[in-house]
Design a binder for this molecule. Structure first.
Ligand code: CMC
Length: 373
């Protein structure tokens, strides 16, 4: 059998959670187009949709909202441990470590019923934003405030991040839409990692920990942090062209561009582009949007490359005043819902995921005792 590099085009699971149509540039969650959801839905509603397969009626949404609101606190020993972490620890390292730690304080940690998995998914979805916000406060010596149960996910994150300052409506709405757009993307690398872990029948926290570690890489969720690093390094609109052309001459990868599945524009990028423009105009600082736009044109013209979700999300989060190294954790704040949906789907119809490799090493060597080598 031929080896398929990077498992490109390999169908590795049946799933009814999400469809990515790479030819038409469409993204569908449980039958609903992402354009429709981004326009009309909320992140919490999308979480319900991903986990339970249909949009909630009012009391179902109220219940999930309430459960998320009641589950945002972190156990005190976990907060104490975070206070002892080195201040220079990268937020994604902290998130990966703390998500794993939480299982030791979760009464359902090794309980495998469907109900227990939904309870754990709810707690993880509620706690991950708190971890990210608290870590930014701890490392910068800002005070930790209690989450407010009435906040939605976006508002809670911003409220905790800014030590109790009520977030403004535009920021909450923008982040809520960004969370909808990042929630799910079928067998992307981190979700696949989560499904491989779940396929061994390990617990949900272990599968989520594997996913967070996978998301961190710059070819996946880590790309949004690289994008803002590049924008800041370029600095001005008139420097974009020479910078990007030099990158291409040097055969360097342009972060936030290219995709394994989309052959046309990533549908999420259109929403983020619009948001980046609106936030820039609202703040009277359109430079980051304009630079991004210019890079997008050059990438298309020079290399035929389309931008992906990570490109405009960088200027969106930057305009929201969020620290650069929190960009990938924000991806995790959203994608936790998709990971949990896949982990639960994998548990329901599980078979161990165990491919093979083509051995290309030596054969038939004879063991030589150490003193004779
Ligand atoms: N910059 C420059 N050239 C690129 C880029 C890019 N960003 N992406 C693809 N190409 C070129 C690549 O050099 C190759 O050209 P050639 O055939 O001449 O060697 C061709 O396009 C195919 O690229 P590939 O790397 O084989 O494609 P892949 O499917 O293995 O990788 C990818 C997909 C997303 C890892 C890649 O496009 C990439 O590294 N992009 C930059 C990182 C990034 O933005 N990642 C976020 C992905 S989307 C959201 C997410 O998952 O987080």
């Amino acid at each position: 059998m031929p080896v398929i590099s990077g498992l490109e085009d390999v169908i590795a699971a049946e799933s009814s959670i999400c469809k990515v149509d790479g030819e038409k540039g469409r993204l569908i969650y449980r039958g609903y187009d992402i354009d429709d959801l981004a326009e009309h839905s909320t992140y919490e509603e999308v979480v319900y949709l991903l986990w339970f397969g249909q949009l909630p009626v009012r009391n179902e949404l109220d219940r999930l909202y309430k459960e998320l609101g009641a589950s945002r606190k972190l156990p005190q020993p976990v907060i104490n441990a975070m206070k002892n972490f080195p201040k220079e620890a990268v937020p994604m390292e902290v998130l990966r470590t703390v998500a794993s730690m939480l299982s030791m304080y979760d009464a359902d940690a090794n309980e495998k019923s469907e109900e227990a998995n939904v309870r754990k998914a709810t707690r993880l979805t509620a706690q991950i934003p708190t971890i990210v916000a608290y870590w930014d406060c701890i490392r910068n010596d800002r005070k930790l405030v209690e989450p407010k149960p009435e906040h939605n996910t976006a508002a809670s994150f911003l409220h905790l991040l800014h030590s109790g300052k009520e977030p403004d409506e535009v920021a909450v709405k923008s982040l809520d839409v960004a969370l909808i757009l990042h929630a799910e993307h079928e067998l992307n690398a981190s979700t696949f990692a989560a499904r491989v872990a779940a396929g061994t029948e390990t617990d949900m926290h272990s599968a989520v920990t594997a996913a967070i570690g996978t998301l961190k890489g710059p070819l996946h969720g880590g790309a949004n942090q690289e994008v803002i690093k590049m924008l800041i390094e370029i600095g001005e609109l008139d420097k974009v062209e020479s910078y990007i052309k030099k990158m291409f001459q040097d055969h360097k990868k342009l972060m936030g561009f290219g995709h394994r599945v989309y052959k046309v524009q990533d549908p999420r990028a259109a929403h983020l582009r619009k948001m980046s423009k609106a936030l820039g105009e609202g703040a009277g600082e359109t430079k980051w949007y304009e630079m991004s736009n210019k890079i997008e044109q050059l990438a298309k013209q020079e290399k035929g490359l389309n931008c992906n979700v990570d490109f405009y999300s960088a200027s969106v989060y930057y305009m929201l005043g969020i620290e650069r190294d929190l960009f990938t954790p924000i991806f995790a704040i959203s994608r936790i819902s998709g990971w949990c949906a896949h982990i639960m789907e994998q548990y329901k119809n599980n078979r161990l995921i165990r491919p093979e490799s083509e051995y290309i090493g030596k054969m038939d060597l004879k063991y030589v005792p150490i003193d004779k080598r």
